[in-house]
Design a protein around this ligand. Structure first.
Ligand SMILES: NC(=O)c1ccc[n+]([C@@H]2O[C@H](COP(=O)([O-])OP(=O)(O)OC[C@H]3O[C@@H](n4cnc5c(N)ncnc54)[C@H](OP(=O)(O)O)[C@@H]3O)[C@@H](O)[C@H]2O)c1
Length: 258
């Protein structure tokens, strides 16, 4: 038995991706995708599809982990193989990018808001760039890294930002393609990928094994995901509208009264 009555657990995003390589079959167990999601008062999950959550986290903080945090962990640690002293570029201040800032790298962050950039600096980012007032932010990243580029990019913009990320990353660096906030298709500078030996890796959340490895680090360092705002279940529609507005910093959570 992996769990017992009374344990505090979180569901894994891909219910059948326990470990090993991703597969088409595993993708068919994505919560909120192929199967029902977690916006429900009660759910039934297989014991293989849950993990124990770190004790120091509130229920809301623990709820911020299964998708955004596991995705950031998969990108930077499992695939990115981040090392001490590495520099990463995170785009925007949504759930994935804010958690990515916590994993221990030297962070350069972009945002559309100077106010939010102030908050990323408080979280420890060495530099923040406003991508609205500095549309050529890739040049700024270049200058900030003394013409070397960052080791890894957490790419959430997609088609509209990928070419800039390819310029901002160092020779031999990595780009984790996670989101497509600016669009799903566009012209891509394939020559940069080739000439710079860049690894462009698609990331789709992650396995239970990754989630559990991340939880060990979260427990050890007493890390806490950043919660932007809490909404009651009855206000779930407002929570979605708030997300759509892009005003948030970190994760938006919905609280159930049980
Ligand atoms: N592949 C996966 O497994 C996976 C997992 C989770 C999420 N995702 C996807 O990844 C993306 C981010 O997810 P999330 O949960 O972090 O979303 P989110 O919380 O809604 O974050 C959105 C934020 O992205 C920033 N943004 C928007 N357009 C941008 C641009 N052109 N350049 C830079 N930043 C921009 C904005 O930050 P500022 O307000 O600071 O400008 C915005 O607030 C979404 O597309 C989501 O669907 C994918």
């Amino acid at each position: 038995m992996r769990v017992k009555i009374g344990d505090r657990v979180a569901g894994t995003f891909m219910q059948t991706w326990v470990a090993g390589e991703f597969s088409d079959q595993k993708s068919k167990s994505a919560s909120g995708g192929a199967i029902d999601g977690l916006l429900a008062e009660y759910v039934t999950l297989h014991e293989d599809g849950v993990v124990h959550v770190p004790e120091h986290l509130s229920n809301e903080e623990a709820a911020a982990l299964p998708c955004a945090a596991v995705t950031a962990w998969h990108a930077l640690i499992t695939e990115g193989k981040l090392k001490a002293g590495d520099t990463i570029l995170v785009q925007g201040t949504g759930g994935v990018s804010v958690f990515a800032q916590l994993v221990g790298a030297r962070v350069i962050a972009t945002s559309s808001s100077d106010e939010k950039l102030e908050r990323v600096r408080q979280l420890g980012a060495v530099e923040g760039i406003n991508y609205k007032t500095t549309p050529n932010w890739d040049e700024q990243v270049w200058k900030l890294t003394d013409g070397v580029g960052v080791d890894h990019v957490v790419e959430v913009g997609g088609a509209g930002t990928l070419n800039k990320s390819l310029r901002a990353v160092r020779v031999g660096g990595g780009v984790s393609l996670i989101g497509v906030l600016t669009g799903v298709s566009g012209e891509i500078s394939t020559a940069s990928i080739l000439h710079k030996n860049i690894r462009v890796q698609g990331i789709y959340v992650g396995s239970r094994e990754m989630f559990e490895a991340m939880n060990l680090a979260i427990e050890l360092h007493k890390m806490k995901p950043v919660i932007a705002q809490l909404f009651d279940f009855e206000s779930a529609r407002e929570a979605l509208a708030y997300m759509e507005s892009g005003a948030h910093f970190g994760k938006i959570c919905i609280r159930f009264k049980i």
